[in-house]
Design a protein around this ligand. Sequence first.
Ligand code: FAD
Length: 392
Amino acid sequence: MYNKSYQAVDYFNIDDLLGEDHKIIRSSIRDWVNRRVKPIIEKAALEHRFPQGLMQEMGELGALGPYIPEQYGGAGLDQMAYGLIMTELERGDSAIRSAASVQSSLVMYPIYTFGSEEQRKKFLPKLASGEMIGCFGLTEPGYGSDPGGMLSRIQDKGGHYLLNGSKMWITNSPIADIAVVWAKDESGKVRGLIVEKGMPGFTAPETKDKWSLRASITGELVFDDVRIPKENILPNISGLKGPLKCLNSARYGISWGAVGAALDCYHTALDYALERKQFGKPIAAFQLQQKKLAEMLTEITKGQLLAWRLGMLRNEDKASPAQISMAKRNNVNMALQVARESRQILGAMGITADFPIMRHMMNLESVITYEGTHDIHLLITGADITGIQAFE
Ligand SMILES: Cc1cc2nc3c(=O)[nH]c(=O)nc-3n(C[C@H](O)[C@H](O)[C@H](O)COP(=O)(O)OP(=O)(O)OC[C@H]3O[C@@H](n4cnc5c(N)ncnc54)[C@H](O)[C@@H]3O)c2cc1C
Protein backbone atom coordinates (compact mmCIF):
# COMPACT_ATOMS: atom_id res chain seq x y z
CA MET A 1 0.00 0.00 0.00
CA TYR A 2 2.90 2.34 0.72
CA ASN A 3 5.03 1.27 -2.21
CA LYS A 4 4.90 4.33 -4.45
CA SER A 5 8.62 4.64 -4.90
CA TYR A 6 8.65 3.97 -8.63
CA GLN A 7 6.05 6.66 -9.49
CA ALA A 8 7.99 9.18 -7.45
CA VAL A 9 10.88 9.00 -9.94
CA ASP A 10 9.13 11.68 -11.93
CA TYR A 11 7.25 13.74 -9.36
CA PHE A 12 6.67 16.72 -11.64
CA ASN A 13 5.73 14.71 -14.75
CA ILE A 14 8.84 15.73 -16.64
CA ASP A 15 8.19 12.70 -18.84
CA ASP A 16 5.38 14.71 -20.46
CA LEU A 17 8.08 17.06 -21.74
CA LEU A 18 10.08 14.30 -23.42
CA GLY A 19 9.58 12.79 -26.86
CA GLU A 20 8.71 9.11 -27.39
CA ASP A 21 12.20 8.53 -28.80
CA HIS A 22 13.73 9.89 -25.58
CA LYS A 23 11.67 7.49 -23.49
CA ILE A 24 12.68 4.54 -25.68
CA ILE A 25 16.38 5.40 -25.36
CA ARG A 26 16.06 5.86 -21.61
CA SER A 27 14.27 2.58 -21.17
CA SER A 28 16.90 0.67 -23.18
CA ILE A 29 19.72 2.11 -21.04
CA ARG A 30 17.73 1.58 -17.83
CA ASP A 31 17.12 -2.03 -18.74
CA TRP A 32 20.82 -2.56 -19.54
CA VAL A 33 21.95 -0.95 -16.27
CA ASN A 34 19.56 -3.20 -14.34
CA ARG A 35 20.76 -6.32 -16.14
CA ARG A 36 24.46 -5.67 -16.62
CA VAL A 37 25.62 -3.04 -14.10
CA LYS A 38 23.56 -3.49 -10.93
CA PRO A 39 24.42 -7.18 -10.44
CA ILE A 40 28.20 -6.71 -10.72
CA ILE A 41 28.99 -3.21 -9.58
CA GLU A 42 29.26 -3.71 -5.81
CA LYS A 43 31.85 -6.43 -6.32
CA ALA A 44 33.77 -4.41 -8.90
CA ALA A 45 33.88 -1.44 -6.52
CA LEU A 46 34.96 -3.59 -3.58
CA GLU A 47 37.71 -5.12 -5.75
CA HIS A 48 38.71 -1.68 -7.06
CA ARG A 49 38.28 -2.86 -10.65
CA PHE A 50 36.80 -1.20 -13.76
CA PRO A 51 34.45 -3.62 -15.56
CA GLN A 52 36.08 -2.87 -18.90
CA GLY A 53 33.92 -5.30 -20.88
CA LEU A 54 31.01 -2.91 -20.39
CA MET A 55 32.58 -0.37 -22.76
CA GLN A 56 31.73 -2.36 -25.88
CA GLU A 57 28.23 -3.02 -24.58
CA MET A 58 27.75 0.72 -24.04
CA GLY A 59 28.99 1.20 -27.59
CA GLU A 60 26.37 -1.21 -28.91
CA LEU A 61 23.69 0.71 -26.99
CA GLY A 62 24.72 4.05 -28.53
CA ALA A 63 25.85 5.41 -25.15
CA LEU A 64 29.32 6.42 -26.40
CA GLY A 65 29.17 9.68 -28.33
CA PRO A 66 25.37 9.70 -28.49
CA TYR A 67 25.29 13.14 -30.09
CA ILE A 68 28.08 12.46 -32.61
CA PRO A 69 26.63 12.12 -36.15
CA GLU A 70 25.92 8.62 -37.41
CA GLN A 71 28.38 8.96 -40.31
CA TYR A 72 31.17 8.84 -37.70
CA GLY A 73 29.67 5.94 -35.77
CA GLY A 74 27.76 8.07 -33.22
CA ALA A 75 24.05 7.71 -32.50
CA GLY A 76 23.11 11.16 -33.91
CA LEU A 77 20.92 11.93 -30.89
CA ASP A 78 20.19 15.27 -29.24
CA GLN A 79 21.42 16.71 -25.96
CA MET A 80 18.31 15.64 -24.05
CA ALA A 81 18.98 12.02 -25.01
CA TYR A 82 22.60 12.40 -23.90
CA GLY A 83 21.41 13.68 -20.53
CA LEU A 84 18.89 10.88 -20.05
CA ILE A 85 21.57 8.30 -20.87
CA MET A 86 23.89 9.84 -18.26
CA THR A 87 21.16 9.71 -15.59
CA GLU A 88 20.54 6.01 -16.19
CA LEU A 89 24.25 5.13 -16.25
CA GLU A 90 24.92 6.97 -12.99
CA ARG A 91 21.91 5.29 -11.39
CA GLY A 92 24.17 2.26 -11.82
CA ASP A 93 27.44 3.87 -10.75
CA SER A 94 29.31 7.15 -11.27
CA ALA A 95 32.27 5.12 -12.59
CA ILE A 96 30.24 3.79 -15.51
CA ARG A 97 28.88 7.25 -16.26
CA SER A 98 32.41 8.68 -15.96
CA ALA A 99 33.72 6.23 -18.56
CA ALA A 100 30.91 7.16 -20.96
CA SER A 101 31.32 10.90 -20.22
CA VAL A 102 35.05 10.88 -20.88
CA GLN A 103 34.71 8.85 -24.06
CA SER A 104 31.84 11.01 -25.37
CA SER A 105 32.51 14.57 -24.21
CA LEU A 106 36.24 14.64 -23.63
CA VAL A 107 37.55 12.40 -26.43
CA MET A 108 34.97 12.07 -29.22
CA TYR A 109 33.68 15.63 -28.90
CA PRO A 110 37.11 17.31 -29.38
CA ILE A 111 38.04 14.97 -32.23
CA TYR A 112 34.70 15.67 -33.93
CA THR A 113 34.70 19.42 -33.23
CA PHE A 114 38.37 20.35 -33.55
CA GLY A 115 39.79 17.40 -35.51
CA SER A 116 40.62 16.91 -39.19
CA GLU A 117 38.42 14.77 -41.40
CA GLU A 118 41.12 12.07 -41.33
CA GLN A 119 41.18 12.09 -37.52
CA ARG A 120 37.38 11.86 -37.38
CA LYS A 121 37.32 8.89 -39.73
CA LYS A 122 40.26 7.15 -38.08
CA PHE A 123 39.17 7.39 -34.45
CA LEU A 124 35.46 8.18 -34.02
CA PRO A 125 33.85 4.91 -35.24
CA LYS A 126 36.13 2.80 -33.03
CA LEU A 127 35.54 5.07 -30.03
CA ALA A 128 31.77 4.94 -30.64
CA SER A 129 31.77 1.14 -30.67
CA GLY A 130 33.93 0.90 -27.55
CA GLU A 131 36.56 -1.03 -29.49
CA MET A 132 38.93 1.82 -28.67
CA ILE A 133 39.11 3.53 -25.27
CA GLY A 134 40.09 7.18 -24.95
CA CYS A 135 41.14 9.46 -22.11
CA PHE A 136 41.53 13.22 -21.63
CA GLY A 137 44.68 14.76 -20.19
CA LEU A 138 44.33 18.27 -18.83
CA THR A 139 45.08 18.17 -15.06
CA GLU A 140 48.73 18.18 -13.98
CA PRO A 141 50.33 17.54 -10.60
CA GLY A 142 50.78 21.29 -10.02
CA TYR A 143 47.75 22.55 -11.98
CA GLY A 144 44.20 21.39 -11.24
CA SER A 145 41.71 24.24 -10.92
CA ASP A 146 44.21 26.44 -12.77
CA PRO A 147 44.90 24.43 -15.94
CA GLY A 148 46.20 27.51 -17.78
CA GLY A 149 49.44 27.17 -15.80
CA MET A 150 50.17 23.74 -17.30
CA LEU A 151 53.81 22.78 -17.81
CA SER A 152 53.37 20.17 -20.57
CA ARG A 153 55.07 21.39 -23.74
CA ILE A 154 55.29 20.57 -27.43
CA GLN A 155 58.24 21.62 -29.54
CA ASP A 156 58.04 21.83 -33.31
CA LYS A 157 60.81 19.66 -34.73
CA GLY A 158 59.89 20.17 -38.38
CA GLY A 159 58.53 16.74 -39.28
CA HIS A 160 56.98 16.07 -35.87
CA TYR A 161 56.33 17.53 -32.41
CA LEU A 162 58.22 16.52 -29.30
CA LEU A 163 55.98 16.23 -26.22
CA ASN A 164 57.23 16.47 -22.64
CA GLY A 165 55.34 16.73 -19.35
CA SER A 166 52.90 14.80 -17.23
CA LYS A 167 49.21 14.63 -16.41
CA MET A 168 47.56 13.32 -13.29
CA TRP A 169 44.15 12.03 -12.21
CA ILE A 170 43.27 10.85 -15.69
CA THR A 171 40.19 8.63 -15.93
CA ASN A 172 40.90 5.47 -17.95
CA SER A 173 44.51 6.42 -18.74
CA PRO A 174 46.06 3.00 -17.92
CA ILE A 175 43.71 1.22 -20.36
CA ALA A 176 43.37 3.93 -22.98
CA ASP A 177 44.32 3.37 -26.62
CA ILE A 178 44.48 7.12 -27.20
CA ALA A 179 44.75 10.23 -25.06
CA VAL A 180 43.53 13.68 -26.06
CA VAL A 181 46.26 15.75 -24.40
CA TRP A 182 46.50 19.51 -23.89
CA ALA A 183 49.98 21.05 -23.93
CA LYS A 184 51.50 24.45 -24.72
CA ASP A 185 53.49 25.18 -27.87
CA GLU A 186 56.59 27.39 -28.04
CA SER A 187 54.43 30.53 -28.18
CA GLY A 188 52.57 29.49 -25.00
CA LYS A 189 49.34 28.57 -26.79
CA VAL A 190 47.44 25.52 -25.54
CA ARG A 191 47.10 22.89 -28.29
CA GLY A 192 45.27 19.57 -28.37
CA LEU A 193 46.95 16.42 -29.63
CA ILE A 194 46.15 12.76 -29.95
CA VAL A 195 48.74 10.59 -28.24
CA GLU A 196 48.56 6.89 -29.10
CA LYS A 197 49.36 3.95 -26.86
CA GLY A 198 52.75 2.46 -27.67
CA MET A 199 54.39 5.72 -28.77
CA PRO A 200 57.95 5.53 -27.37
CA GLY A 201 58.38 7.63 -24.20
CA PHE A 202 54.65 7.51 -23.32
CA THR A 203 53.54 5.67 -20.16
CA ALA A 204 50.31 5.67 -18.13
CA PRO A 205 50.78 4.26 -14.61
CA GLU A 206 47.71 3.54 -12.51
CA THR A 207 46.76 5.58 -9.41
CA LYS A 208 45.77 2.97 -6.84
CA ASP A 209 43.94 2.85 -3.50
CA LYS A 210 41.14 5.33 -4.12
CA TRP A 211 38.18 5.33 -1.70
CA SER A 212 36.03 6.94 -4.37
CA LEU A 213 35.13 5.84 -7.93
CA ARG A 214 36.61 2.45 -7.09
CA ALA A 215 35.01 0.89 -10.17
CA SER A 216 36.78 3.44 -12.37
CA ILE A 217 40.44 3.21 -13.34
CA THR A 218 42.50 6.37 -12.90
CA GLY A 219 46.12 7.07 -13.72
CA GLU A 220 48.84 9.40 -14.92
CA LEU A 221 50.11 10.26 -18.38
CA VAL A 222 53.87 10.67 -18.57
CA PHE A 223 55.55 12.05 -21.69
CA ASP A 224 59.30 11.80 -22.06
CA ASP A 225 60.37 13.11 -25.47
CA VAL A 226 57.35 11.55 -27.20
CA ARG A 227 57.44 12.08 -30.99
CA ILE A 228 53.97 13.14 -32.07
CA PRO A 229 53.30 13.05 -35.82
CA LYS A 230 52.00 16.36 -37.09
CA GLU A 231 48.79 14.75 -38.29
CA ASN A 232 47.94 14.02 -34.62
CA ILE A 233 47.49 17.67 -33.63
CA LEU A 234 43.87 18.89 -33.49
CA PRO A 235 44.07 21.51 -36.25
CA ASN A 236 40.98 23.57 -35.56
CA ILE A 237 41.54 24.87 -32.02
CA SER A 238 44.12 26.68 -29.98
CA GLY A 239 43.92 28.20 -26.51
CA LEU A 240 42.34 27.10 -23.25
CA LYS A 241 38.88 27.42 -24.78
CA GLY A 242 39.51 24.01 -26.44
CA PRO A 243 39.56 21.96 -23.24
CA LEU A 244 36.99 24.24 -21.62
CA LYS A 245 34.48 23.53 -24.39
CA CYS A 246 34.98 19.81 -23.83
CA LEU A 247 34.44 20.32 -20.11
CA ASN A 248 31.19 22.19 -20.81
CA SER A 249 29.86 19.15 -22.59
CA ALA A 250 30.98 16.78 -19.83
CA ARG A 251 29.70 19.00 -17.02
CA TYR A 252 26.32 19.18 -18.73
CA GLY A 253 26.20 15.36 -18.74
CA ILE A 254 27.23 15.26 -15.07
CA SER A 255 24.35 17.57 -14.13
CA TRP A 256 22.01 14.84 -15.44
CA GLY A 257 24.12 11.96 -14.19
CA ALA A 258 24.13 13.10 -10.57
CA VAL A 259 20.33 12.95 -10.59
CA GLY A 260 20.63 9.22 -11.33
CA ALA A 261 22.84 8.58 -8.30
CA ALA A 262 20.43 10.62 -6.15
CA LEU A 263 17.43 8.66 -7.43
CA ASP A 264 19.07 5.34 -6.65
CA CYS A 265 19.81 6.46 -3.08
CA TYR A 266 16.34 7.95 -2.60
CA HIS A 267 14.52 4.83 -3.78
CA THR A 268 16.70 2.60 -1.67
CA ALA A 269 15.98 4.74 1.39
CA LEU A 270 12.24 4.95 0.70
CA ASP A 271 11.87 1.20 0.23
CA TYR A 272 13.91 0.55 3.36
CA ALA A 273 11.95 3.08 5.45
CA LEU A 274 8.68 1.44 4.41
CA GLU A 275 9.88 -2.03 5.41
CA ARG A 276 12.08 -1.46 8.44
CA LYS A 277 10.08 -1.46 11.67
CA GLN A 278 11.11 0.13 14.97
CA PHE A 279 8.83 0.86 17.93
CA GLY A 280 6.22 -1.31 16.21
CA LYS A 281 5.92 0.83 13.08
CA PRO A 282 7.71 1.30 9.75
CA ILE A 283 10.34 4.01 10.30
CA ALA A 284 8.67 5.81 7.34
CA ALA A 285 5.79 6.54 9.76
CA PHE A 286 7.99 8.86 11.84
CA GLN A 287 7.94 12.54 10.97
CA LEU A 288 11.71 12.92 11.05
CA GLN A 289 12.16 10.23 8.40
CA GLN A 290 9.33 11.68 6.29
CA LYS A 291 11.04 15.07 6.46
CA LYS A 292 14.23 13.53 5.07
CA LEU A 293 12.38 11.73 2.27
CA ALA A 294 10.23 14.75 1.38
CA GLU A 295 13.22 17.07 1.25
CA MET A 296 15.21 14.61 -0.82
CA LEU A 297 12.46 14.28 -3.38
CA THR A 298 12.01 18.06 -3.51
CA GLU A 299 15.71 18.58 -4.21
CA ILE A 300 15.82 15.76 -6.78
CA THR A 301 12.83 17.27 -8.57
CA LYS A 302 14.48 20.71 -8.66
CA GLY A 303 17.63 19.05 -10.04
CA GLN A 304 15.63 17.23 -12.71
CA LEU A 305 13.97 20.46 -13.82
CA LEU A 306 17.31 22.27 -13.95
CA ALA A 307 18.82 19.48 -16.07
CA TRP A 308 15.80 19.35 -18.36
CA ARG A 309 15.84 23.12 -18.98
CA LEU A 310 19.58 23.04 -19.56
CA GLY A 311 19.02 20.26 -22.10
CA MET A 312 16.54 22.46 -23.98
CA LEU A 313 19.06 25.30 -23.99
CA ARG A 314 21.87 22.96 -25.13
CA ASN A 315 19.67 21.70 -27.97
CA GLU A 316 19.30 25.31 -29.12
CA ASP A 317 23.02 25.94 -28.54
CA LYS A 318 22.08 28.64 -26.03
CA ALA A 319 23.39 27.25 -22.72
CA SER A 320 26.11 29.46 -21.26
CA PRO A 321 29.13 27.98 -19.45
CA ALA A 322 27.90 29.70 -16.27
CA GLN A 323 24.49 28.03 -16.56
CA ILE A 324 26.24 24.68 -16.96
CA SER A 325 28.40 25.43 -13.90
CA MET A 326 25.33 26.19 -11.82
CA ALA A 327 23.61 22.96 -12.84
CA LYS A 328 26.69 20.78 -12.32
CA ARG A 329 27.38 22.29 -8.92
CA ASN A 330 23.82 22.20 -7.69
CA ASN A 331 23.00 18.69 -8.87
CA VAL A 332 26.19 17.01 -7.67
CA ASN A 333 25.91 18.66 -4.27
CA MET A 334 22.23 17.71 -4.14
CA ALA A 335 23.10 14.08 -4.93
CA LEU A 336 25.77 14.00 -2.24
CA GLN A 337 23.34 15.38 0.36
CA VAL A 338 20.69 12.86 -0.74
CA ALA A 339 23.25 10.05 -0.39
CA ARG A 340 24.15 11.21 3.12
CA GLU A 341 20.51 11.48 4.26
CA SER A 342 19.66 8.12 2.67
CA ARG A 343 22.58 6.52 4.45
CA GLN A 344 21.20 7.69 7.76
CA ILE A 345 17.76 6.29 7.00
CA LEU A 346 19.33 2.86 6.58
CA GLY A 347 21.08 3.07 9.94
CA ALA A 348 23.90 0.54 10.21
CA MET A 349 22.77 -1.25 7.06
CA GLY A 350 23.59 1.93 5.16
CA ILE A 351 27.31 1.35 5.46
CA THR A 352 27.23 -2.13 3.90
CA ALA A 353 27.70 -3.21 0.30
CA ASP A 354 24.24 -4.82 0.45
CA PHE A 355 22.92 -1.41 -0.54
CA PRO A 356 24.30 1.05 -3.11
CA ILE A 357 24.20 4.19 -0.98
CA MET A 358 27.69 4.28 0.54
CA ARG A 359 29.21 3.50 -2.87
CA HIS A 360 27.28 6.39 -4.47
CA MET A 361 28.26 8.68 -1.59
CA MET A 362 31.95 7.93 -1.94
CA ASN A 363 31.77 8.25 -5.73
CA LEU A 364 30.14 11.65 -5.46
CA GLU A 365 33.11 12.92 -3.45
CA SER A 366 35.07 12.69 -6.73
CA VAL A 367 32.25 14.00 -8.89
CA ILE A 368 32.00 17.13 -6.71
CA THR A 369 35.74 17.72 -7.31
CA TYR A 370 36.38 16.75 -10.92
CA GLU A 371 35.29 18.74 -13.96
CA GLY A 372 35.64 21.88 -11.85
CA THR A 373 35.32 21.83 -8.08
CA HIS A 374 32.23 22.86 -6.13
CA ASP A 375 34.03 26.08 -5.12
CA ILE A 376 35.22 26.96 -8.60
CA HIS A 377 31.72 26.55 -10.07
CA LEU A 378 30.37 28.89 -7.40
CA LEU A 379 33.03 31.44 -8.34
CA ILE A 380 32.07 31.09 -12.02
CA THR A 381 28.50 31.99 -11.07
CA GLY A 382 29.81 34.85 -8.93
CA ALA A 383 31.88 36.17 -11.83
CA ASP A 384 28.89 35.90 -14.16
CA ILE A 385 26.68 37.86 -11.77
CA THR A 386 29.14 40.60 -10.87
CA GLY A 387 31.46 40.76 -13.85
CA ILE A 388 34.36 40.37 -11.40
CA GLN A 389 36.48 37.20 -11.39
CA ALA A 390 37.28 36.21 -7.81
CA PHE A 391 39.41 33.18 -8.59
CA GLU A 392 42.35 34.54 -10.52
C1 FAD B 1 38.59 10.36 -9.76
C2 FAD B 1 39.05 11.56 -10.55
C3 FAD B 1 39.07 11.49 -11.94
C4 FAD B 1 39.55 12.57 -12.69
N1 FAD B 1 39.59 12.48 -14.06
C5 FAD B 1 40.22 13.46 -14.78
C6 FAD B 1 40.42 13.31 -16.19
O1 FAD B 1 39.99 12.32 -16.80
N2 FAD B 1 41.13 14.27 -16.85
C7 FAD B 1 41.64 15.39 -16.21
O2 FAD B 1 42.28 16.20 -16.87
N3 FAD B 1 41.43 15.57 -14.88
C8 FAD B 1 40.74 14.63 -14.14
N4 FAD B 1 40.55 14.79 -12.79
C9 FAD B 1 41.14 15.94 -12.13
C10 FAD B 1 40.12 16.98 -11.65
O3 FAD B 1 39.54 17.64 -12.72
C11 FAD B 1 40.83 17.90 -10.65
O4 FAD B 1 41.04 17.13 -9.47
C12 FAD B 1 40.06 19.16 -10.35
O5 FAD B 1 40.07 20.02 -11.46
C13 FAD B 1 40.61 19.91 -9.11
O6 FAD B 1 41.99 20.04 -9.18
P1 FAD B 1 42.89 19.64 -7.91
O7 FAD B 1 42.46 18.29 -7.47
O8 FAD B 1 44.30 19.83 -8.32
O9 FAD B 1 42.47 20.64 -6.78
P2 FAD B 1 43.06 22.13 -6.55
O10 FAD B 1 42.90 22.92 -7.79
O11 FAD B 1 44.39 22.04 -5.93
O12 FAD B 1 42.02 22.67 -5.48
C14 FAD B 1 42.07 22.31 -4.10
C15 FAD B 1 40.98 23.09 -3.36
O13 FAD B 1 41.23 24.50 -3.50
C16 FAD B 1 40.09 25.13 -4.03
N5 FAD B 1 40.53 26.23 -4.91
C17 FAD B 1 41.39 26.17 -5.95
N6 FAD B 1 41.53 27.37 -6.52
C18 FAD B 1 40.72 28.21 -5.84
C19 FAD B 1 40.38 29.58 -5.97
N7 FAD B 1 40.90 30.37 -6.94
N8 FAD B 1 39.52 30.12 -5.08
C20 FAD B 1 38.96 29.36 -4.12
N9 FAD B 1 39.23 28.07 -3.94
C21 FAD B 1 40.09 27.48 -4.80
C22 FAD B 1 39.33 24.06 -4.80
O14 FAD B 1 37.94 24.36 -4.92
C23 FAD B 1 39.58 22.84 -3.94
O15 FAD B 1 38.64 22.79 -2.90
C24 FAD B 1 39.99 13.74 -12.03
C25 FAD B 1 39.94 13.81 -10.62
C26 FAD B 1 39.46 12.74 -9.90
C27 FAD B 1 39.42 12.83 -8.40
